[in-house]
Unconditional design. Structure first.
Length: 595
Protein backbone atom coordinates (compact mmCIF):
# COMPACT_ATOMS: atom_id res chain seq x y z
CA UNK A 1 0.00 0.00 0.00
CA UNK A 2 1.46 3.37 -0.99
CA UNK A 3 1.37 6.15 1.56
CA UNK A 4 -0.76 9.09 0.51
CA UNK A 5 1.01 12.42 0.78
CA UNK A 6 -0.89 14.84 3.00
CA UNK A 7 -1.72 18.19 1.44
CA UNK A 8 0.35 21.15 2.56
CA UNK A 9 -1.76 23.35 4.91
CA UNK A 10 -2.94 26.45 3.14
CA UNK A 11 -1.74 29.87 4.33
CA UNK A 12 -4.01 32.18 6.22
CA UNK A 13 -4.30 34.45 3.20
CA UNK A 14 -5.95 31.51 1.38
CA UNK A 15 -8.26 30.54 4.25
CA UNK A 16 -9.48 34.00 5.31
CA UNK A 17 -11.95 36.00 3.20
CA UNK A 18 -10.06 38.64 1.30
CA UNK A 19 -11.18 42.29 1.50
CA UNK A 20 -12.92 43.57 -1.58
CA UNK A 21 -10.96 46.25 -3.47
CA UNK A 22 -11.95 49.74 -2.33
CA UNK A 23 -13.60 51.94 -4.90
CA UNK A 24 -11.51 54.88 -5.97
CA UNK A 25 -12.57 58.03 -4.06
CA UNK A 26 -12.80 61.33 -5.87
CA UNK A 27 -9.43 63.01 -5.70
CA UNK A 28 -9.55 66.09 -3.44
CA UNK A 29 -7.16 68.86 -4.01
CA UNK A 30 -4.00 68.09 -2.17
CA UNK A 31 -5.17 64.47 -1.40
CA UNK A 32 -6.03 63.01 2.00
CA UNK A 33 -3.58 63.45 4.80
CA UNK A 34 -2.41 60.55 7.07
CA UNK A 35 -5.25 59.52 9.32
CA UNK A 36 -7.82 61.16 7.19
CA UNK A 37 -10.63 59.38 5.28
CA UNK A 38 -11.76 55.96 6.87
CA UNK A 39 -10.68 53.57 4.17
CA UNK A 40 -6.88 53.48 4.68
CA UNK A 41 -7.24 53.11 8.45
CA UNK A 42 -9.68 50.17 8.16
CA UNK A 43 -7.40 48.28 5.78
CA UNK A 44 -4.47 48.68 8.17
CA UNK A 45 -6.59 47.40 11.10
CA UNK A 46 -7.63 44.27 9.15
CA UNK A 47 -4.02 43.47 8.29
CA UNK A 48 -3.08 43.67 11.94
CA UNK A 49 -5.84 41.19 12.84
CA UNK A 50 -4.68 38.81 10.08
CA UNK A 51 -1.08 38.90 11.35
CA UNK A 52 -2.35 38.11 14.81
CA UNK A 53 -3.82 34.81 13.58
CA UNK A 54 -0.72 33.64 11.67
CA UNK A 55 1.09 31.94 14.66
CA UNK A 56 -2.09 30.10 15.65
CA UNK A 57 -2.67 28.88 12.10
CA UNK A 58 0.91 27.67 11.75
CA UNK A 59 0.68 25.66 14.99
CA UNK A 60 -2.65 24.19 13.92
CA UNK A 61 -1.20 23.26 10.56
CA UNK A 62 1.78 21.52 12.13
CA UNK A 63 -0.48 19.55 14.45
CA UNK A 64 -2.57 18.48 11.44
CA UNK A 65 0.53 17.31 9.58
CA UNK A 66 1.71 15.29 12.60
CA UNK A 67 -1.70 13.67 13.04
CA UNK A 68 -1.95 12.78 9.36
CA UNK A 69 1.62 11.42 9.30
CA UNK A 70 0.99 9.32 12.41
CA UNK A 71 -2.20 7.92 10.98
CA UNK A 72 -0.58 7.07 7.66
CA UNK A 73 2.64 5.52 8.99
CA UNK A 74 1.10 3.64 11.91
CA UNK A 75 -0.27 0.75 9.87
CA UNK A 76 -2.31 -2.01 11.45
CA UNK A 77 -0.51 -5.36 11.72
CA UNK A 78 -0.89 -7.99 9.00
CA UNK A 79 -0.43 -11.75 9.62
CA UNK A 80 0.83 -13.82 6.68
CA UNK A 81 1.21 -17.20 8.38
CA UNK A 82 1.38 -19.10 11.66
CA UNK A 83 3.50 -22.20 12.18
CA UNK A 84 2.49 -24.75 13.15
CA UNK A 85 -1.24 -24.42 12.57
CA UNK A 86 -1.87 -27.53 14.64
CA UNK A 87 -0.07 -27.68 17.99
CA UNK A 88 -0.62 -28.18 21.69
CA UNK A 89 -0.13 -25.85 24.67
CA UNK A 90 3.54 -25.52 25.52
CA UNK A 91 4.66 -25.71 21.87
CA UNK A 92 6.32 -22.72 20.20
CA UNK A 93 4.15 -20.78 17.74
CA UNK A 94 5.78 -18.64 15.01
CA UNK A 95 3.75 -15.72 13.63
CA UNK A 96 5.05 -14.00 10.48
CA UNK A 97 3.75 -10.91 8.76
CA UNK A 98 4.26 -7.13 8.75
CA UNK A 99 3.85 -4.02 10.88
CA UNK A 100 4.07 -5.78 14.26
CA UNK A 101 6.46 -3.11 15.55
CA UNK A 102 10.13 -3.38 16.41
CA UNK A 103 9.26 -4.00 20.10
CA UNK A 104 6.24 -5.49 21.79
CA UNK A 105 5.52 -2.74 24.34
CA UNK A 106 1.70 -2.85 24.70
CA UNK A 107 1.12 -5.01 21.61
CA UNK A 108 0.07 -8.64 22.01
CA UNK A 109 -0.86 -11.87 20.25
CA UNK A 110 -4.22 -13.40 21.05
CA UNK A 111 -5.02 -17.08 20.53
CA UNK A 112 -8.75 -17.80 20.64
CA UNK A 113 -9.08 -14.72 22.84
CA UNK A 114 -6.24 -15.73 25.21
CA UNK A 115 -3.28 -13.37 25.66
CA UNK A 116 0.08 -14.96 26.54
CA UNK A 117 2.00 -13.62 29.52
CA UNK A 118 5.13 -11.54 28.95
CA UNK A 119 7.35 -14.50 29.87
CA UNK A 120 5.77 -16.62 27.10
CA UNK A 121 7.07 -14.34 24.32
CA UNK A 122 10.40 -15.42 22.89
CA UNK A 123 10.89 -13.00 19.99
CA UNK A 124 9.18 -9.88 18.71
CA UNK A 125 10.17 -7.98 15.57
CA UNK A 126 8.32 -6.05 12.91
CA UNK A 127 7.90 -9.18 10.77
CA UNK A 128 8.12 -12.13 13.16
CA UNK A 129 6.89 -13.18 16.60
CA UNK A 130 7.60 -16.39 18.51
CA UNK A 131 5.78 -17.41 21.69
CA UNK A 132 4.87 -20.39 23.81
CA UNK A 133 1.23 -21.38 23.41
CA UNK A 134 -0.58 -20.79 26.73
CA UNK A 135 -2.08 -23.76 28.55
CA UNK A 136 -5.60 -22.32 28.36
CA UNK A 137 -5.51 -21.61 24.62
CA UNK A 138 -8.20 -23.42 22.65
CA UNK A 139 -8.76 -23.86 18.92
CA UNK A 140 -9.61 -20.49 17.40
CA UNK A 141 -8.28 -17.46 15.57
CA UNK A 142 -4.80 -16.04 16.10
CA UNK A 143 -4.36 -12.31 15.57
CA UNK A 144 -1.95 -9.54 16.52
CA UNK A 145 -3.16 -6.37 18.24
CA UNK A 146 -1.05 -3.19 18.38
CA UNK A 147 -1.88 0.45 19.14
CA UNK A 148 -2.43 0.87 15.37
CA UNK A 149 -5.14 -1.76 15.12
CA UNK A 150 -5.75 -5.49 14.90
CA UNK A 151 -4.76 -7.93 12.17
CA UNK A 152 -6.95 -10.43 10.43
CA UNK A 153 -7.10 -13.88 12.02
CA UNK A 154 -5.66 -17.27 11.04
CA UNK A 155 -7.17 -20.46 12.42
CA UNK A 156 -5.15 -22.32 15.06
CA UNK A 157 -6.09 -25.88 16.06
CA UNK A 158 -5.28 -27.19 19.52
CA UNK A 159 -3.98 -30.68 18.91
CA UNK A 160 -5.45 -31.93 22.17
CA UNK A 161 -8.94 -31.07 20.92
CA UNK A 162 -8.66 -33.22 17.80
CA UNK A 163 -10.47 -36.52 18.33
CA UNK A 164 -8.61 -39.74 17.54
CA UNK A 165 -10.43 -41.25 14.61
CA UNK A 166 -11.90 -44.70 14.95
CA UNK A 167 -11.03 -46.91 11.97
CA UNK A 168 -13.91 -47.58 9.63
CA UNK A 169 -14.63 -50.63 7.55
CA UNK A 170 -12.76 -51.07 4.30
CA UNK A 171 -14.50 -51.34 0.96
CA UNK A 172 -13.52 -54.36 -1.14
CA UNK A 173 -10.01 -53.84 -2.51
CA UNK A 174 -9.43 -50.45 -0.91
CA UNK A 175 -6.48 -49.99 1.45
CA UNK A 176 -7.37 -50.03 5.13
CA UNK A 177 -5.29 -48.79 8.08
CA UNK A 178 -5.78 -50.78 11.26
CA UNK A 179 -2.98 -49.33 13.39
CA UNK A 180 0.13 -47.17 13.44
CA UNK A 181 2.93 -48.07 15.84
CA UNK A 182 4.08 -46.04 17.57
CA UNK A 183 1.33 -43.41 17.45
CA UNK A 184 3.84 -40.64 18.19
CA UNK A 185 7.35 -40.21 16.79
CA UNK A 186 9.84 -37.63 15.56
CA UNK A 187 10.82 -36.76 12.00
CA UNK A 188 13.09 -39.55 10.74
CA UNK A 189 11.88 -42.13 13.26
CA UNK A 190 10.65 -45.47 11.92
CA UNK A 191 6.95 -46.34 12.20
CA UNK A 192 4.89 -49.33 11.06
CA UNK A 193 1.45 -49.04 9.45
CA UNK A 194 -0.61 -52.25 9.65
CA UNK A 195 -3.77 -53.05 7.72
CA UNK A 196 -4.77 -54.62 4.43
CA UNK A 197 -4.91 -54.10 0.67
CA UNK A 198 -1.75 -51.98 0.52
CA UNK A 199 -0.46 -53.99 -2.46
CA UNK A 200 2.42 -56.44 -2.71
CA UNK A 201 4.80 -53.66 -3.77
CA UNK A 202 4.72 -49.90 -3.40
CA UNK A 203 4.40 -49.08 -7.09
CA UNK A 204 2.48 -45.81 -7.38
CA UNK A 205 0.98 -46.13 -3.88
CA UNK A 206 1.85 -43.59 -1.20
CA UNK A 207 1.54 -42.78 2.49
CA UNK A 208 0.32 -39.24 3.18
CA UNK A 209 0.93 -37.17 6.31
CA UNK A 210 -0.34 -33.79 7.45
CA UNK A 211 1.95 -31.05 6.17
CA UNK A 212 3.71 -28.66 8.52
CA UNK A 213 1.90 -25.76 6.84
CA UNK A 214 -1.37 -27.23 8.13
CA UNK A 215 -4.14 -29.29 6.58
CA UNK A 216 -7.67 -29.72 7.78
CA UNK A 217 -7.95 -32.26 10.56
CA UNK A 218 -10.98 -34.19 9.45
CA UNK A 219 -12.08 -37.72 8.72
CA UNK A 220 -9.93 -38.25 5.68
CA UNK A 221 -12.80 -38.90 3.30
CA UNK A 222 -12.80 -35.22 2.40
CA UNK A 223 -9.01 -34.78 2.28
CA UNK A 224 -7.58 -33.03 -0.74
CA UNK A 225 -4.33 -34.91 -1.34
CA UNK A 226 -2.72 -31.74 -2.70
CA UNK A 227 -2.83 -30.36 0.85
CA UNK A 228 -1.10 -33.41 2.33
CA UNK A 229 2.54 -34.51 2.36
CA UNK A 230 3.54 -37.83 0.77
CA UNK A 231 6.56 -39.76 2.00
CA UNK A 232 9.23 -39.67 -0.75
CA UNK A 233 11.50 -42.23 -2.33
CA UNK A 234 14.20 -39.62 -2.97
CA UNK A 235 14.33 -39.04 0.81
CA UNK A 236 14.62 -42.81 1.40
CA UNK A 237 11.47 -42.61 3.54
CA UNK A 238 10.14 -46.06 2.58
CA UNK A 239 11.88 -49.04 4.17
CA UNK A 240 9.56 -51.94 3.24
CA UNK A 241 6.12 -52.45 1.70
CA UNK A 242 3.79 -55.45 1.73
CA UNK A 243 0.07 -55.99 1.38
CA UNK A 244 -0.49 -55.82 5.15
CA UNK A 245 2.42 -53.76 6.48
CA UNK A 246 4.30 -50.62 5.53
CA UNK A 247 7.50 -49.65 7.33
CA UNK A 248 8.72 -46.10 6.76
CA UNK A 249 10.34 -43.10 8.36
CA UNK A 250 8.33 -40.04 9.40
CA UNK A 251 8.99 -37.69 6.46
CA UNK A 252 10.64 -34.31 6.56
CA UNK A 253 7.97 -31.59 6.78
CA UNK A 254 5.35 -33.77 8.51
CA UNK A 255 3.16 -32.37 11.27
CA UNK A 256 0.75 -33.89 13.76
CA UNK A 257 -2.49 -34.86 12.08
CA UNK A 258 -4.07 -37.65 10.13
CA UNK A 259 -2.20 -40.28 8.09
CA UNK A 260 -3.65 -42.30 5.21
CA UNK A 261 -2.57 -44.70 2.45
CA UNK A 262 -3.43 -44.44 -1.25
CA UNK A 263 -3.28 -47.10 -3.96
CA UNK A 264 -4.71 -47.59 -7.44
CA UNK A 265 -7.81 -49.00 -5.67
CA UNK A 266 -8.49 -45.80 -3.73
CA UNK A 267 -7.56 -44.28 -0.39
CA UNK A 268 -7.71 -45.68 3.10
CA UNK A 269 -9.35 -44.41 6.24
CA UNK A 270 -7.13 -42.00 8.17
CA UNK A 271 -5.69 -42.23 11.67
CA UNK A 272 -4.34 -39.48 13.89
CA UNK A 273 -0.56 -39.50 14.33
CA UNK A 274 1.49 -37.16 16.49
CA UNK A 275 4.83 -35.78 15.33
CA UNK A 276 6.96 -35.12 18.38
CA UNK A 277 9.35 -32.21 18.70
CA UNK A 278 12.93 -32.81 17.67
CA UNK A 279 16.06 -30.72 17.28
CA UNK A 280 14.26 -27.64 16.04
CA UNK A 281 11.42 -26.10 14.06
CA UNK A 282 10.90 -25.77 10.33
CA UNK A 283 8.22 -23.52 8.96
CA UNK A 284 7.03 -22.30 5.58
CA UNK A 285 5.81 -18.83 4.66
CA UNK A 286 5.36 -16.26 1.87
CA UNK A 287 3.87 -18.67 -0.65
CA UNK A 288 4.01 -17.77 -4.36
CA UNK A 289 2.20 -19.62 -7.12
CA UNK A 290 4.13 -20.00 -10.38
CA UNK A 291 3.18 -20.94 -13.91
CA UNK A 292 6.27 -22.01 -15.87
CA UNK A 293 7.14 -23.51 -19.24
CA UNK A 294 10.28 -25.11 -20.61
CA UNK A 295 11.19 -27.47 -23.44
CA UNK A 296 13.67 -29.25 -25.67
CA UNK A 297 14.60 -28.79 -29.33
CA UNK A 298 16.44 -31.41 -31.39
CA UNK A 299 17.82 -30.55 -34.82
CA UNK A 300 19.29 -33.42 -36.88
CA UNK A 301 22.07 -32.80 -39.42
CA UNK A 302 23.21 -36.40 -40.01
CA UNK A 303 21.43 -39.69 -39.26
CA UNK A 304 20.73 -42.93 -41.17
CA UNK A 305 19.22 -46.36 -40.57
CA UNK A 306 17.33 -47.45 -37.49
CA UNK A 307 18.18 -45.15 -34.66
CA UNK A 308 16.79 -43.62 -31.49
CA UNK A 309 17.56 -40.65 -29.30
CA UNK A 310 16.52 -40.75 -25.65
CA UNK A 311 16.54 -37.68 -23.43
CA UNK A 312 15.69 -37.36 -19.73
CA UNK A 313 13.75 -34.18 -19.04
CA UNK A 314 13.14 -32.60 -15.59
CA UNK A 315 9.84 -32.51 -13.76
CA UNK A 316 8.81 -30.14 -10.98
CA UNK A 317 8.85 -32.46 -7.98
CA UNK A 318 6.65 -32.22 -4.90
CA UNK A 319 8.48 -31.25 -1.72
CA UNK A 320 7.36 -29.79 1.63
CA UNK A 321 8.27 -26.32 0.37
CA UNK A 322 6.97 -26.97 -3.16
CA UNK A 323 3.47 -28.50 -2.88
CA UNK A 324 0.38 -28.63 -5.10
CA UNK A 325 2.37 -29.40 -8.24
CA UNK A 326 0.13 -29.64 -11.29
CA UNK A 327 1.28 -30.77 -14.73
CA UNK A 328 -0.67 -28.48 -17.07
CA UNK A 329 0.58 -29.77 -20.42
CA UNK A 330 3.25 -32.10 -21.81
CA UNK A 331 3.80 -32.74 -25.50
CA UNK A 332 4.59 -35.40 -26.54
CA UNK A 333 3.85 -37.91 -23.78
CA UNK A 334 7.00 -39.33 -22.14
CA UNK A 335 8.09 -42.90 -22.55
CA UNK A 336 8.70 -43.27 -18.79
CA UNK A 337 8.44 -41.27 -15.55
CA UNK A 338 11.15 -41.72 -12.92
CA UNK A 339 10.84 -41.14 -9.19
CA UNK A 340 13.02 -38.07 -8.59
CA UNK A 341 11.79 -35.57 -11.13
CA UNK A 342 12.77 -36.99 -14.52
CA UNK A 343 10.77 -38.14 -17.54
CA UNK A 344 12.24 -40.10 -20.46
CA UNK A 345 11.37 -38.93 -23.98
CA UNK A 346 12.28 -40.91 -27.09
CA UNK A 347 12.66 -40.03 -30.78
CA UNK A 348 13.05 -42.83 -33.32
CA UNK A 349 14.21 -43.05 -36.95
CA UNK A 350 15.77 -39.61 -37.03
CA UNK A 351 16.67 -38.24 -40.46
CA UNK A 352 18.80 -35.39 -41.74
CA UNK A 353 16.89 -32.13 -41.48
CA UNK A 354 14.47 -33.51 -38.92
CA UNK A 355 13.25 -31.30 -36.06
CA UNK A 356 11.78 -32.59 -32.81
CA UNK A 357 10.37 -30.68 -29.85
CA UNK A 358 9.24 -31.27 -26.27
CA UNK A 359 7.20 -28.70 -24.38
CA UNK A 360 6.19 -28.87 -20.71
CA UNK A 361 4.08 -26.57 -18.53
CA UNK A 362 3.59 -26.65 -14.74
CA UNK A 363 1.62 -24.81 -12.07
CA UNK A 364 2.84 -25.08 -8.46
CA UNK A 365 3.20 -23.33 -5.11
CA UNK A 366 6.53 -22.36 -3.65
CA UNK A 367 7.11 -21.42 0.00
CA UNK A 368 10.06 -19.75 1.66
CA UNK A 369 11.71 -22.13 4.15
CA UNK A 370 12.95 -21.03 7.56
CA UNK A 371 14.58 -23.27 10.13
CA UNK A 372 15.46 -22.93 13.79
CA UNK A 373 17.76 -25.67 15.04
CA UNK A 374 18.82 -25.96 18.66
CA UNK A 375 22.36 -27.42 18.53
CA UNK A 376 22.09 -28.78 22.07
CA UNK A 377 19.17 -30.97 20.95
CA UNK A 378 20.90 -32.42 17.87
CA UNK A 379 21.54 -36.14 18.46
CA UNK A 380 24.36 -38.17 16.89
CA UNK A 381 23.70 -39.85 13.57
CA UNK A 382 22.55 -43.42 13.14
CA UNK A 383 25.55 -44.37 11.05
CA UNK A 384 24.03 -47.76 10.19
CA UNK A 385 20.97 -46.26 8.49
CA UNK A 386 20.56 -46.32 4.72
CA UNK A 387 20.09 -42.55 4.69
CA UNK A 388 23.40 -41.94 6.44
CA UNK A 389 25.33 -44.38 4.27
CA UNK A 390 23.83 -43.04 1.03
CA UNK A 391 24.27 -39.34 1.71
CA UNK A 392 27.79 -39.52 3.13
CA UNK A 393 29.19 -41.66 0.29
CA UNK A 394 30.93 -40.11 -2.75
CA UNK A 395 29.11 -40.12 -6.07
CA UNK A 396 29.48 -38.88 -9.63
CA UNK A 397 28.99 -35.24 -8.60
CA UNK A 398 30.40 -35.20 -5.06
CA UNK A 399 34.03 -36.43 -4.63
CA UNK A 400 33.83 -36.46 -0.84
CA UNK A 401 36.67 -38.98 -0.35
CA UNK A 402 39.20 -36.86 -2.24
CA UNK A 403 42.19 -36.46 0.13
CA UNK A 404 42.41 -32.70 -0.44
CA UNK A 405 38.77 -32.20 0.50
CA UNK A 406 38.94 -34.57 3.47
CA UNK A 407 41.91 -32.59 4.81
CA UNK A 408 40.18 -29.26 4.19
CA UNK A 409 36.99 -30.41 5.93
CA UNK A 410 38.91 -31.63 8.97
CA UNK A 411 40.77 -28.33 9.26
CA UNK A 412 37.56 -26.29 8.90
CA UNK A 413 35.55 -28.11 11.60
CA UNK A 414 38.48 -28.42 14.02
CA UNK A 415 37.45 -30.03 17.30
CA UNK A 416 33.72 -29.30 16.88
CA UNK A 417 31.64 -32.47 17.36
CA UNK A 418 28.10 -31.14 16.94
CA UNK A 419 26.86 -31.90 13.38
CA UNK A 420 24.92 -28.66 12.99
CA UNK A 421 27.81 -26.49 14.19
CA UNK A 422 30.24 -28.45 12.00
CA UNK A 423 28.03 -27.66 8.99
CA UNK A 424 28.08 -23.98 9.93
CA UNK A 425 31.87 -23.95 10.22
CA UNK A 426 32.21 -25.55 6.79
CA UNK A 427 29.88 -22.93 5.32
CA UNK A 428 31.87 -20.04 6.77
CA UNK A 429 35.16 -21.63 5.70
CA UNK A 430 34.01 -22.11 2.10
CA UNK A 431 32.68 -18.58 1.77
CA UNK A 432 36.01 -17.26 3.00
CA UNK A 433 37.84 -19.34 0.37
CA UNK A 434 35.77 -18.95 -2.80
CA UNK A 435 34.82 -16.15 -5.16
CA UNK A 436 32.05 -16.33 -7.76
CA UNK A 437 33.03 -16.67 -11.41
CA UNK A 438 30.33 -17.39 -13.97
CA UNK A 439 32.96 -18.29 -16.57
CA UNK A 440 34.05 -21.47 -14.77
CA UNK A 441 32.99 -24.55 -16.73
CA UNK A 442 33.40 -28.27 -16.15
CA UNK A 443 34.76 -27.70 -12.66
CA UNK A 444 33.85 -30.00 -9.78
CA UNK A 445 34.46 -29.61 -6.06
CA UNK A 446 38.17 -30.36 -6.30
CA UNK A 447 38.77 -27.78 -9.03
CA UNK A 448 36.74 -25.19 -7.14
CA UNK A 449 38.84 -25.78 -4.03
CA UNK A 450 42.08 -25.39 -5.97
CA UNK A 451 41.09 -22.39 -8.11
CA UNK A 452 39.26 -20.54 -5.30
CA UNK A 453 36.66 -19.64 -7.92
CA UNK A 454 33.44 -21.41 -8.89
CA UNK A 455 30.04 -21.07 -10.49
CA UNK A 456 26.80 -22.24 -8.86
CA UNK A 457 27.56 -25.89 -9.57
CA UNK A 458 31.06 -25.61 -8.10
CA UNK A 459 29.81 -23.88 -4.96
CA UNK A 460 27.17 -26.55 -4.35
CA UNK A 461 29.42 -29.48 -5.24
CA UNK A 462 32.23 -28.31 -2.96
CA UNK A 463 30.00 -27.63 0.04
CA UNK A 464 28.26 -31.00 -0.33
CA UNK A 465 31.62 -32.78 -0.59
CA UNK A 466 32.94 -31.02 2.53
CA UNK A 467 29.82 -31.95 4.49
CA UNK A 468 30.04 -35.61 3.51
CA UNK A 469 33.77 -35.66 4.23
CA UNK A 470 32.93 -34.40 7.72
CA UNK A 471 30.40 -37.21 8.28
CA UNK A 472 27.28 -35.09 7.67
CA UNK A 473 24.62 -36.49 5.28
CA UNK A 474 24.17 -33.97 2.46
CA UNK A 475 22.99 -33.67 -1.13
CA UNK A 476 23.04 -31.22 -3.99
CA UNK A 477 19.75 -29.74 -5.19
CA UNK A 478 19.18 -28.52 -8.74
CA UNK A 479 16.66 -26.22 -10.38
CA UNK A 480 16.17 -22.57 -11.27
CA UNK A 481 16.07 -19.14 -9.69
CA UNK A 482 12.81 -17.48 -10.69
CA UNK A 483 11.76 -13.87 -10.96
CA UNK A 484 8.46 -12.36 -12.00
CA UNK A 485 6.60 -13.19 -15.22
CA UNK A 486 8.55 -12.28 -18.32
CA UNK A 487 11.83 -11.74 -16.46
CA UNK A 488 14.93 -13.90 -17.03
CA UNK A 489 15.54 -17.04 -14.98
CA UNK A 490 18.84 -18.67 -14.00
CA UNK A 491 19.95 -22.28 -13.74
CA UNK A 492 21.00 -22.92 -10.17
CA UNK A 493 22.38 -25.44 -7.67
CA UNK A 494 22.29 -25.42 -3.88
CA UNK A 495 22.49 -27.93 -0.98
CA UNK A 496 20.71 -29.60 1.93
CA UNK A 497 22.19 -31.40 4.93
CA UNK A 498 20.38 -33.75 7.29
CA UNK A 499 19.84 -33.36 11.04
CA UNK A 500 18.45 -36.29 13.02
CA UNK A 501 14.92 -35.76 14.47
CA UNK A 502 14.61 -32.59 12.37
CA UNK A 503 15.03 -33.27 8.66
CA UNK A 504 16.80 -31.50 5.81
CA UNK A 505 18.34 -28.05 6.31
CA UNK A 506 18.63 -25.89 3.14
CA UNK A 507 21.83 -23.98 2.36
CA UNK A 508 22.56 -21.85 -0.71
CA UNK A 509 26.31 -21.15 -0.48
CA UNK A 510 26.50 -19.10 -3.68
CA UNK A 511 23.68 -16.69 -2.77
CA UNK A 512 25.13 -16.48 0.73
CA UNK A 513 28.42 -15.36 -0.81
CA UNK A 514 27.20 -13.26 -3.73
CA UNK A 515 24.34 -10.95 -2.79
CA UNK A 516 24.12 -9.50 -6.32
CA UNK A 517 22.74 -12.83 -7.58
CA UNK A 518 19.77 -12.86 -5.17
CA UNK A 519 16.77 -12.68 -7.54
CA UNK A 520 14.76 -10.14 -5.50
CA UNK A 521 15.27 -7.39 -2.91
CA UNK A 522 14.72 -8.42 0.71
CA UNK A 523 12.28 -6.17 2.54
CA UNK A 524 13.36 -5.38 5.15
CA UNK A 525 17.05 -5.85 4.45
CA UNK A 526 18.61 -9.03 5.84
CA UNK A 527 22.09 -10.45 6.18
CA UNK A 528 22.01 -12.78 3.18
CA UNK A 529 25.17 -14.54 4.32
CA UNK A 530 23.39 -15.59 7.50
CA UNK A 531 20.00 -16.07 5.86
CA UNK A 532 21.06 -18.65 3.25
CA UNK A 533 22.43 -20.98 5.89
CA UNK A 534 19.28 -22.72 7.07
CA UNK A 535 16.77 -20.70 5.05
CA UNK A 536 15.65 -20.47 1.45
CA UNK A 537 13.53 -17.89 -0.34
CA UNK A 538 10.44 -18.63 -2.47
CA UNK A 539 12.21 -17.92 -5.79
CA UNK A 540 13.78 -21.38 -6.14
CA UNK A 541 12.13 -24.15 -8.16
CA UNK A 542 13.39 -27.68 -7.51
CA UNK A 543 13.88 -30.32 -10.20
CA UNK A 544 15.99 -32.92 -8.35
CA UNK A 545 17.27 -33.54 -4.82
CA UNK A 546 20.44 -35.59 -4.87
CA UNK A 547 21.83 -37.58 -7.76
CA UNK A 548 19.12 -39.58 -9.53
CA UNK A 549 20.52 -42.83 -10.90
CA UNK A 550 18.74 -43.69 -14.15
CA UNK A 551 19.32 -46.83 -16.19
CA UNK A 552 20.64 -47.05 -19.70
CA UNK A 553 17.88 -47.93 -22.20
CA UNK A 554 20.03 -50.05 -24.51
CA UNK A 555 23.34 -51.86 -23.92
CA UNK A 556 24.46 -50.45 -27.28
CA UNK A 557 23.52 -46.88 -26.40
CA UNK A 558 26.03 -44.06 -26.15
CA UNK A 559 25.26 -41.98 -23.06
CA UNK A 560 26.11 -38.44 -22.08
CA UNK A 561 25.65 -36.29 -19.00
CA UNK A 562 25.60 -32.49 -19.20
CA UNK A 563 27.10 -30.70 -16.19
CA UNK A 564 25.32 -27.43 -16.95
CA UNK A 565 21.81 -28.89 -16.97
CA UNK A 566 20.08 -28.20 -13.65
CA UNK A 567 18.71 -31.65 -12.97
CA UNK A 568 21.06 -34.18 -11.40
CA UNK A 569 21.08 -37.45 -13.34
CA UNK A 570 23.66 -40.08 -14.13
CA UNK A 571 22.48 -39.92 -17.76
CA UNK A 572 20.84 -37.05 -19.64
CA UNK A 573 21.08 -38.31 -23.21
CA UNK A 574 21.42 -41.67 -24.94
CA UNK A 575 21.90 -42.35 -28.67
CA UNK A 576 21.27 -45.77 -30.23
CA UNK A 577 22.20 -46.34 -33.88
CA UNK A 578 23.79 -44.09 -36.47
CA UNK A 579 23.11 -40.50 -35.44
CA UNK A 580 26.28 -38.55 -36.18
CA UNK A 581 24.84 -35.06 -36.18
CA UNK A 582 22.18 -33.89 -33.74
CA UNK A 583 22.00 -30.62 -31.85
CA UNK A 584 20.05 -30.92 -28.57
CA UNK A 585 19.13 -27.62 -26.93
CA UNK A 586 17.25 -27.29 -23.65
CA UNK A 587 14.87 -24.34 -23.61
CA UNK A 588 15.26 -22.59 -20.28
CA UNK A 589 12.42 -22.14 -17.82
CA UNK A 590 10.17 -19.17 -18.55
CA UNK A 591 7.78 -17.76 -15.96
CA UNK A 592 4.42 -16.96 -17.55
CA UNK A 593 2.62 -16.00 -14.35
CA UNK A 594 2.99 -15.45 -10.60
CA UNK A 595 0.03 -15.36 -8.26
Amino acid sequence: MDLATPETPRSLSQDEPQPAPAEAAPQQPGGPSAGEGGTPMKVHHRLLKSKGFIPTAVVAGLILVVLLSSRLTGRPPQIESITPKIAKPGDVLIVTGRYFGAQRNTAEVRISGISPTSSEYGEWSDTRISLTIPEEAKSGLVYVATPNGRSGGILFINREQIPVLAPGSARPGEPYVNSIAPLAARVGDTITISGMNFGLAKGSSDVYFTRTTGANADSGSGFDLSNLLPAQQYNLDYISWSDREIVLRVPDGASSGNVLVTSDKGRSNSMYFEVLGGAGTKFFSAVRKYSIQYGLKVRVSAAVGDNSLYFWMPQVIQTPEQPRVQLVSQEPAPMLNAGNGAALFSFSNLRKGGEYDVSVSYLFDRFAVETQVSPSKVPPYDTASELYRTFTAPDLLVPSTNPELVKAAAAAVGGEKNPYLRARRLYEWQLAQLAYASSVRDGDAVLASRMKRADAFGYASLYCALLRAAGIPARMVAGYLLRDAGEPTARHFWDEFYVETFGWVPVDPLLGDERSLVPFPFEPEVDTRGYYFGNLDNRHVTFTKGLDVVSQVSPQGKTRRYRELPWLLTIHEEIVGDITGAAVAFQDVAVSGTY
